[in-house]
Write a protein that binds this ligand. Structure first.
Ligand code: NCD
Ligand code: ZN
Length: 363
């Protein structure tokens, strides 16, 4: 066996199991970036208003497809937004018609566009029973929203207070704990049965909470659940690169225009889709686990969702790529409407063969 570093890495085309594609001009700008790399993506329903019906979800799916170049080969996997008054019959119909792949649970007010989220998880039991019986996975934003709980503890508190009882009430429900950020969440998933999995973002693998205050307040590193201490980042890196099949890729790419990030009340969300795969590859190499990247990015997600893996390849080359400091939106509204990507102005050691990562505009 040779110890020479790998120069070229061919993976089955990966999927993104958690992404925000937005709507309108933002959708036009960001959907092609996701579709250029990923074969499928679980698309979040937190639009304004949120997606709570089959008709609205189907119409959004069509707007996504219309925003893509022809022959992108990309399949958006759609989700419905659970509310206190969601119609379980609608979810069942959405599953039967093949429109819905999963449902998203936002505790009310937990994050961006979560005001219409669920206030009482126990009261949602009849809806979750319907999802259980029609095989719709539940995707959870796992944070409590109580003002008296420290924001850095909100995920860990959610696990014990809400997730453990929910899993006991619904043993047959497939659940994904989205964008985990703590060692507690890593341990919770490892200790659970085969129906619980977790997605992990590139930013939670690269950054700890110092990034938020490095030389000043850094809104580009603000997301929810908020980035935690170093020991949590290390636990997430160990989990992602462990080869455990219930941790897999979900970017949580959540674009907000610059003016919405750089304001007195900046929005939560990190935009990472243009260089997400390169970003994950960097982590896997640093952890000596490049041989496990394909499992994390392309195999474990479809396995959990019961979908086939993608056959076509994506190739990564050991050729550094400079991440632009910002990407302008496709309709050239310009100025403050630019998006700042994760790793802005930095160099990543891996690039994608044939990558058109800037959507045609950079500065
Ligand atoms: C997401 C968004 O902007 O829609 N923001 C974020 O910080 N991750 C919502 C979410 O996934 O929490
Ligand atoms: Zn998200």
């Amino acid at each position: 066996m040779s110890d020479a570093p790998v120069e070229r890495l061919s993976l089955r085309r990966p999927d993104d199991w958690h992404v925000h594609l937005r709507d309108g001009h933002l959708l036009q700008a960001v959907a092609p970036l996701t579709a250029a790399v990923f074969g499928r993506a679980i698309v979040m329903p937190n639009l304004a208003p949120p997606l709570t019906t089959v008709a609205a979800t189907q119409a959004y799916r069509e707007r996504i497809l219309a925003a893509l170049p022809e022959a992108s080969g990309f399949t958006p996997l759609m989700t419905a937004y659970l509310t206190d008054t969601i119609d379980a019959g609608e979810l069942e119909r959405g599953a039967r018609q093949g429109v819905l792949t999963a449902c998203k649970l936002y505790p009310a007010h937990a994050t961006t566009n979560a005001a219409a989220g669920v206030t009482d998880l126990e009261a949602l039991a009849p809806v979750l029973e319907v999802m259980e019986s029609c095989g719709l996975p539940l995707l959870i934003h796992g944070e409590v929203t109580d003002a008296e709980v420290d924001i850095f503890d909100r995920e860990a508190v959610f696990l014990e207070r809400h997730l453990a009882p929910l899993l006991r009430r619904h043993p047959g429900l497939k659940v994904v704990l989205e964008h985990i950020t703590t060692a507690e969440a890593v341990d919770f998933v490892a200790a659970s049965g085969p129906n619980l999995a977790a997605t992990i973002t590139p930013h939670h693998l690269h950054l700890n909470r110092n990034a938020l205050f490095n030389g000043g307040l850094r809104p580009d590193y603000y997301c929810l659940p908020v980035i935690k201490r170093e020991r949590h980042r290390l636990a997430l890196r160990a989990a992602a690169t462990s080869g455990h099949p219930r941790y897999f890729l979900g970017t949580d790419s959540a674009p907000h225009p610059r003016h919405a990030k750089e304001s007195a009340c900046g929005c939560a969300g990190i935009f990472n889709s243009p260089y997400a795969l390169e970003s994950y590859a960097t982590v896997f190499e640093q952890e000596g686990a490049l041989d496990r990247l394909e499992d994390f990015a392309s195999i474990f997600g479809p396995q959990f969702y019961g979908l086939p893996v993608n056959e076509e390849p994506v190739v990564l080359l050991r050729q550094p790529v400079e991440v632009p400091v910002r990407l302008h939106l496709a309709d050239a509204v310009g100025g403050d409407h630019a998006l700042v990507p994760l790793h802005a102005g930095q160099r990543l050691p891996w690039s994608r063969e044939g990558g058109q990562q800037d959507g045609g505009a950079r500065s």
